[in-house]
Design a protein around this ligand. Structure first.
Ligand SMILES: [Zn+2]
Length: 435
């Protein structure tokens, strides 16, 4: 089976390619990338005017399943992912049960084999039950296939524990992926502290909660070394902390999710509970600061932080008790492309942050690239095509997406995994066990 993608703008940051070229796929692999490739027996796809990129690599996604099928299953979550152009997903371990042991790693892999449309790579938690008390057996979990470690949603109270975890990351060559938040400082906070919180009569979340924890962790990193990745930067100051520690030569990676760069807290006034997320949507100063981080290429990864809830969990509007999180892989790319149109950054950098960078951080050195000989995981999108986000075009079970009703520009049109067409214009073509 051969597929020839003709005349697309091929953006493959791993190989420093950004040019109008053809891509030939043969026997599940990238067979050639070049000008005027001819392959008379291939299925020809005219992709002129479109972008041909490596399949997107996700390193921050909550896929649920197991004891939470009402929120999402591997089938529904990966349906959403593949429609968003993602072909490899690192799965956050805060499922029920928590992935903190080898048996759960095996269960994730088995569930993926049965019903996932994308490649699936398990994360393991850093501490047993994500309780922040006892570090897991990182060696055994890495050997079993954990691509990274995270207690996402929780942080480590004791600085000495952060130190010990970093020491361990050196032994297993995996990152610890940090959700930086001083929970006592967050308190019962719901939305951005300040005007919005006062207006809504809800407790606020100050960016201090994130920034003090992040500064502490980076100071320890500077002393101890090890492999650290910082999830979802959420303030202007967090970006400046990245700049400060990078200037000091400290080695770490960091990530943005679209919510923090795409909209201000105004979206919360309009969309209420659908826009309840951590870190919260913030004010213009923070959004500007975060965009400056993108512009100055201080950020390594753009992730979706797909975080679905069942419809009944959203009832009652925005309150202190609803959970935090936004669902929807499908809106990640168009929100990132807005940053290109606004002149914040360039397309190649966006693609880098969604392909080879997260792949390398998860030690998946064969993903996120269109190198000849690599598995043919390819995403083709039209960067200018407009579409309106409706519940029907989101494939997750979680309807908690605040962009429903908005017009997005940029749409994934064709997704190929291992040489097989999995999705075409939001239609799933692969047959797996649906749950
Ligand atoms: Zn988090």
């Amino acid at each position: 089976m051969k597929i020839l993608l003709k005349n697309g703008r091929v953006i493959d940051p791993a190989n420093e390619i950004d040019a109008v070229l053809d891509v030939l796929i043969e026997d599940g692999k990238i067979a050639a990338v070049g000008a005027d490739i001819s392959a008379p027996d291939a299925q020809i796809e005219d992709v002129s005017g479109k972008v041909v990129a490596p399949g997107f690599v996700e390193m921050h996604a909550h896929m649920r399943d197991f004891n939470e099928p009402q929120r999402d299953t591997f089938y529904t979550a990966t349906s959403s992912a593949v429609c968003g152009g993602f072909t490899s997903i690192g799965v956050m371990p805060n499922s029920d049960p928590v992935v903190d042991n080898v048996e759960m790693i095996e269960r994730v892999k088995q569930r993926a084999k049965e019903s996932a449309l994308t490649r699936i790579y398990p994360f393991a938690s850093v501490t047993v039950g994500r309780k922040g008390e006892q570090i897991v057996d990182m060696k055994a979990l890495a050997d079993a296939g954990a691509v990274a470690f995270s207690d996402d949603g929780n942080s480590f109270k004791e600085a000495t524990m952060m130190r010990d975890i970093l020491e361990q990351t050196k032994l297993v060559d995996r990152v610890v992926d940090l959700h930086c938040e001083d929970k006592a400082y967050t308190g019962k906070g719901v939305v951005n502290a300040g005007k919005l919180a006062e207006e809504l009569g809800l407790p606020g979340i100050s960016s201090v909660a994130e920034d003090i924890e992040m500064a502490r962790n980076l100071i320890i990193q500077e002393e101890v070394g090890g492999h650290m990745h910082i999830a979802h930067l959420g303030s202007e100051r967090s970006v400046e902390l990245v700049r400060f520690f990078r200037n000091r030569g400290v080695k770490f990676t960091c990530e943005l999710i679209p919510h923090q760069f795409s909209r201000t807290e105004d979206i919360v006034r309009e969309k209420g509970v659908l826009a309840k997320v951590k870190p919260p949507f913030r004010g213009q100063k923070d959004v500007d600061g975060i965009r400056r981080g993108l512009h100055d290429k201080l950020v390594d990864v753009i992730a979706s932080d797909h975080c679905p809830y069942a419809p009944e969990e959203l009832e009652g509007g925005l309150t202190a008790t609803n959970l935090f999180g936004i669902s929807g892989f499908e809106t990640t790319l168009p929100l990132a492309l807005e940053m290109v149109r606004l002149g914040v950054t360039d397309m190649s950098y966006i693609i880098r942050c969604m392909t080879v960078n997260p792949a390398r951080i998860m030690r998946l050195y064969d993903r996120g690239t269109l190198s000849v000989g690599a598995d043919a995981d390819v995403t083709v999108f039209d960067p200018d095509k407009e579409w309106v986000v409706t519940k029907e075009c989101l494939h997750s079970k979680g309807p908690n997406n605040p962009y429903i009703g908005d017009t997005m520009r940029g749409r994934v049109e064709l997704v190929i995994i291992g040489g097989e067409v999995i999705c075409r214009d939001f239609k799933i073509l692969k047959n797996v066990a649906k749950r």
